[in-house]
Design a protein around this ligand. Sequence first.
Ligand SMILES: [Zn+2]
Length: 379
Amino acid sequence: MHRIKCSGWEEIFGQDRAVAYLRSGLQRGDLPHALLFTGPRGVGKFTTALLFAAAVLCPSAGPDGCPVCRRVADRVHPDLHLVVPEGLSIRVEQIRRMESALSRKPVEGRGRVVIVDEADVMTQEAASAFLKTLEEPFPDTVLVLVCESRENLLPTVVSRCREIRFSPLGSRDLERFLMEREGMSEDEARSLARRAGGIFGRALLWVRHPELALYWEKGVECAASLRRLSLQEALESMESCRRQLHEMKLSAGGPEDPYLAALDRKSAEQLRKRREEEVARENKRARRQAAHDFLDGMVSFYRDIMLLSLVEEAGKEVREDLLLNPEWRRELEREALHTDRRRAWRCLEALRDAERALDANVDEELVLAGLVLELRSRI
Ligand SMILES: [Zn+2]
C-alpha cells in the first residue's frame, strides 16, 4: 500500500492551484472553517487533505515529515478526526461520534482537522447531523469534505463550504509524472498513461500493484475471445474472472515500521489496528477498481474496433499509436470483420450499463453473466 509521507507539498502532483490556495490561506491564517475538495477519482484529493491536516497540526506550520506529521500521515494524531464510510455509507452514528470528540478540547492545542472522505455517501440522516456542525462550527477546527462532485451533496452543505476544485490530470501530466518520479522510459510511460485513461490514481495503483493491471488485460482478452467461445464456455470464463476479482487482495506492504517500536504500547496497538482497517478498506476499493478495470479493458477492445472500422470505411490505415491495444491488432482486425462500428457501439452501451449496475451494487455474478448474453447478441 502506498503510504503518504506528509513530508512536503511536493507530494502532490499537478494541482498547483489547489495547493497554492491552501498554502496561502495557512500562511495568512484566514482559512474558512469548512473546505470541500472536489474532483475526479485518483487525482490527489485525500492526500492533499492529509498534507493540509499535517500543516495545521505541525509545529513548523507546514508538512515536513516531523514526528507530528508522521502521526498525521499514519492517521493516529489525536487532533485529526477521520470519517470514512463504514460499509457502503457514512452513518449518523459516525457523525455523532465525531461531534462528541470535537466537544472536548484539542489534545495538543494547535487546532483540529476533520476529514470526511467520500462525503457523498453520507446517509440523509448523517448529512443533516453534519449540517449542524457546519452551522455551529467548533472553535479552532477545520472540516475538510472530500468527494468527486458537489452534485451529490446537500446544497445546504455545499453552500457552507469553500469548494476547492482538483483538476483532472491529462495524459501528458501523467506521462511526465511516470517518467520523472517513477523512472519509467518514455514508451512505458506513454503506454501506461493511455491505458489508465489519464487517471492518476489508477496509474499509480498499477505501478505499485502490477497484479492489478492484469484485470484490464483480462477484460481485453475476454472481449477478444467472446465470439468464438460457446455460450457455456463464455459464461464459465466470465465466472472465473469474477471469482478472481472477488478473491483479489493487494500485496502486503513493506516490513513492519521501526517507528511502531518507538511508540508506547497503547499508541502502537492503536496504529496497528488503524492500519489493518486501512488495508481492509484499500482492498475493498482495489476490488471495486479491478472490476471497473476489467470492464474498461473490454471497453477498450470495442473502442479499438470502432476506430478500425471508421478509419477503414474512410479507406485509410489506422496509425498504431491511436489504438489502445496495438498488441492485439490481429484479433481486432479479425473481430472487426464480424463486428462493424454500429455493433461495437451497441457493445459499448451494454458495458456502460454493466458499469452502472456494479456502481449500484447489483450482484456481480448477475451483472457479468447478463453482460455475456448482451454482448453475444450484439457481436
Ligand atoms: Zn511536521
